[in-house]
Design a protein around this ligand. Structure first.
Ligand code: OGA
Ligand code: MN
Length: 207
C-alpha cells in the first residue's frame, strides 16, 4: 500500500504533528535494522550531545542515546531508498506548506536500556534552520511495558505518548513542539532527522 503523502501533509498542517504507521515495508525495515546493527558493531556510533558548535556537550542527565549520522554521499542501497521516500515527502511539504525545505539531515539513534531524552525543542524559533523533525522507529514488536515512548506536549496542555513501533514515522514542527523520550526499558532504535531550510547565502558561504 502506497503511503499517502498528501494526507500526511494535511495532518501536519492541521495539528503541527503527524503519526504515520507503516511508512516503510517490513522488508525495508528489516534491511535498515541490519544496516544500523552493522554500523553499531563497527563502532560507528558516538554518544549524542546537546548544543551547537562551541556549546556542544555530552550530558547524560539530559540525553543518553548514541547516534550515527548518515553521510549522504555514502548511502547504502537501503538507505538510498528510505532517503528517497523522505525526499519525496519533502517535495509534498514544500508544495503544500511552502516550508522551503532544501536539506535533509538524519542519524540513527540507539537508546540503551534506562536511557531517555529530557523535554526539549529541536530548534529555537527564528534562530535555526530545522523546520520539520521526523523520527522513523526501527523496533520490533514494541510492548506496552518497554517504555521509551515519545511524549509530545501539544496545545492546551495536552500530552500525547507515541509507542516507538517499527515502521512508524512521526513528523512535527521543529520550532513549536516540545517533546521528550521517556526512559526506555528495551534498547530503542530509530532514524531521526530534520528537514531544513538553509539560506542560499549560507550555502554559498559554506561551499
Ligand atoms: C531527538 C528526539 C525523539 C524520538 O532526537 O531530538 O527528540 O522519539 N527524538 O526518538
Ligand atoms: Mn527532539
Amino acid at each position: 500500500m502506497k503511503v499517502d503523502y498528501e494526507k500526511i501533509t494535511e495532518a501536519l498542517r492541521k495539528d503541527g504533528y503527524v503519526i504515520c504507521p507503516h511508512f516503510i515495508s517490513e522488508e525495508k525495515l528489516q534491511a535498515l535494522r541490519n544496516d544500523l546493527q552493522e554500523r553499531f558493531d563497527e563502532g560507528d556510533f558516538h554518544k549524542a550531545g546537546i548544543g551547537k558548535g562551541d556549546a556542544y556537550q555530552i550530558k547524560q542527565e539530559i540525553r543518553g542515546d548514541w547516534v550515527s549520522w548518515w553521510e549522504l554521499t555514502k548511502l547504502q542501497p537501503i538507505q538510498q531508498e528510505v532517503y528517497q521516500a523522505l525526499d519525496e515527502l519533502k517535495v509534498v511539504f514544500n508544495r503544500h506548506l511552502f516550508v522551503g525545505i532544501n536539506y535533509l539531515e538524519m542519524h540513527y539513534a540507539v537508546y540503551p536500556s534506562g536511557k531517555f531524552y529530557r523535554k526539549h525543542l529541536d530548534s529555537f524559533q527564528g534562530s535555526d534552520r530545522r523546520r520539520i523533525s521526523f523520527v522513523l522507529y526501527l523496533n520490533q514488536e514494541w510492548q506496552e511495558g518497554h517504555g521509551g515512548e515519545l511524549r509530545m506536549y501539544l496545545q492546551d496542555r495536552q500530552v500525547k505518548d507515541i509507542k516507538p513501533e517499527g515502521g512508524t514515522l512521526v513528523c512535527f514542527i521543529s520550532s513549536e513542539l516540545y517533546h521528550e523520550v521517556l526512559p526506555t526499558i528495551q534498547t530503542r532504535y530509530s532514524l531521526t532527522g530534520w528537514m531544513r531550510h538553509d539560506r542560499l547565502e549560507d550555502m554559498l558561504l559554506n561551499h
